[in-house]
Design a protein. Structure first.
Ligand SMILES: *[C@@H]1O[C@H](CO)[C@@H](O)[C@H](O)[C@H]1NC(C)=O
Ligand SMILES: *[C@@H]1O[C@H](CO)[C@@H](O)[C@H](O)[C@H]1NC(C)=O
Length: 524
């Protein structure tokens, strides 16, 4: 066993930055982040953004709102205490600090973090977490000559508080104003001819699926959210909100500059972000038409999604091959079916799961659960299959037992694409299909070599099924990664519970836990 890597983050007052984790001699990494506002003009208009350690140049302001960061795809084993969402943590008040201590375990790959409170994510505050392999764990591809991290995402010129007020008043999120790569409108990535680079591409946007491609270059897919894939070659890849992919690109073309493109999917108007792949010996700027990609095609994307498969003989973060866990041979203990919807409740636009539109409690559910504070959340409001009743507001928690093995079907009867995320877990995405899921849909499942990931898409008027092994005790957020939907209620918490309390299953409440709402320090 290697030494555990402990990541300790001290978060000051509220980033685009990048955290690289690799286990060498010292397994402890300490980061002190100061979170502030700044002003930049990524789309030519000055706007307020969130900075971590002043990563964008600009004046520093004291943050005026409570804040949390969440760690997208970091599994937080036994440790929902550090998950950084309002159901598990009190928000960090302005001018205060909180230290997150956690251990990225059994994971190698490209991940992200972002603010989980309010619409802070519309102001930035996101970044990459690149987890490297331990020295004795080989990855199934040659060590690349360099690493590029690309955070791609839609972007709004409107201030995050204005967006939040609009959502609060019952309006929908507007169409984005543009797409950015690493918070910029035309970043350059330079490499040497003949060499092979690892591109870690994450969609950190609020609401829009993107297609990613590089002019004149193929991409070899090697990793998706911690899974080592069959290394297929792609011209372009769809990356839905909250997802990450890692590809290898060899600079084997004529020495010049090439377009890097991220463009919106499933939108009437196509927004495009451009970057530049620069050969170090190039004297020729980018030229020719910006390469096109798919725009509204759904079938193209479903077909591509089905080609993402596990390399069964490759290692995961542990030395045993990914294929040694035969997920397809396990009979799920139960099937849960969840349908998203976009109802009006009290005349306002909301989003819901099986009719339940989530509202935050004043007390983190995890603290209420720990201190047995009644009346904070409901374990009976969310039904386990779609219901015909009127939509309603609730602080909904779905109870489940530790070590259950679930089939969860996400049914999308809306005409828009969905992106769903489970905190604390990765899981097998066993099937995608059109129309209504039925028991017969199981015949199309990939029960041999689908990959595990933390965020998956559900196509318009379609379903996606996952298998998840509930091996991580805690209070875990299940949410739309599309941020206006999450903010207006398309989320709930999964309480993975074992009546016998043991530190082997779940860590104790951290000594530095913040208290708020009905949970006060005197409780125990
Ligand atoms: C965090 O806050 C505590 C208590 O207010 C203070 O003692 C400590 O110095 C602060 N730490 C940092 C890194 O700002
Ligand atoms: C799977 O991984 C192994 C290394 O464990 C590698 O040799 C092989 O080429 C990979 N197969 C595919 C199809 O990517």
């Amino acid at each position: 066993m290697g030494k555990p890597e402990l990541l300790r983050l001290i978060l000051g007052a509220l980033a685009v930055s990048c955290v690289s984790l690799v286990v060498a001699d010292d397994p402890y990494r300490f980061y002190t982040w100061t979170v502030t506002y700044g002003t930049i003009s990524p789309l030519g208009v000055p706007q307020q953004v969130i900075l971590i350690n002043g990563q964008f140049p600009g004046p520093r302001l004291d943050l005026d709102q409570p804040f949390l960061l969440t760690w997208n795809g970091i599994k937080q084993r036994k440790n929902s205490w550090q998950d950084g969402v309002l159901g598990t943590n009190c928000p960090i008040p302005p001018n205060a600090n909180y230290t997150y201590i956690f251990q990225p375990k059994d994971q190698i790959g490209s991940y992200t973090y972002f603010p989980s409170t309010g619409m802070h994510r519309a102001a930035g505050g996101f970044g990459a977490i690149n987890v490297y392999q331990r020295p004795r764990i080989p990855v199934p591809y040659p060590f690349p000559d360099g690493d590029f991290t690309l955070l791609i995402g839609d972007w709004f010129k409107t201030n995050h508080k204005t967006l939040q007020l609009a959502l609060d008043s019952g309006k929908s999120l507007p169409f984005p104003d543009g797409v950015l790569i690493n918070g910029q409108s035309k970043p350059t990535f330079s490499g040497d001819p003949g060499k092979t680079y690892r591109f870690r591409v994450s969609n950190v946007g609020l609401s829009t699926s993107l297609n990613f491609r590089i002019q004149g270059h193929n991409m070899k897919l090697v990793e998706v959210e911690g899974s080592h894939t069959v290394q297929n070659i792609y011209d372009s890849l769809d990356v839905h909100v909250g997802q990450s992919v890692t590809v290898l690109v060899t600079l084997n073309q004529l020495p010049k500059d090439y377009y890097i493109v991220a463009s919106t999917r499933f939108t009437k108007t196509v927004l495009t972000a451009i970057g530049v792949l620069h050969y170090s010996n190039s004297k020729t700027p980018v030229s020719g038409p910006v390469p096109g990609g798919p725009t509204v095609e759904v079938d193209w994307s479903i077909k591509q999604a089905r080609t993402y498969r596990w390399n069964l003989t490759a290692n995961a973060a542990r030395p045993n091959p990914q294929g040694s866990f035969h997920y397809g041979k396990i009979t799920p203990s139960r099937t849960i079916r969840l349908a998203n919807s976009a109802p009006l409740i009290n005349g306002k636009q909301r989003y819901a799961v099986n009719g339940a539109s989530y509202i935050n409690a004043d007390t983190p559910l995890k603290l209420a659960d720990h201190f047995n504070i009644p009346g904070v959340f409901s374990m009976s409001s969310l039904q386990t299959s779609p219901s015909a009743g009127s939509p309603f507001l609730a602080t909904s928690v779905l109870p489940a037992n530790l070590h259950e093995f679930l089939e969860i079907v996400f049914q999308n009867n809306e005409n828009t694409i969905q992106s769903w995320h489970l905190d604390g877990y990765d899981f097998w995405v066993v099937g995608y299909g059109n129309g209504q899921w039925t028991q017969a849909s199981r015949q199309s499942y990939n029960l041999v070599d689908t990959l595990t990931r933390h965020t998956f898409q559900v196509y318009p008027n379609s379903w996606t099924s996952i298998y998840v092994s509930l091996d991580n005790q805690g209070m875990w957020n299940v949410r739309s990664a599309i941020w206006d939907r999450q903010y207006l209620g398309q989320q709930f918490y999964l309480r993975v519970w074992n009546p016998i309390q043991s530190l082997a299953n779940e860590y104790n409440i951290p000594s530095n836990a913040l208290f708020c709402g009905k949970a006060t320090k005197g409780h125990n």
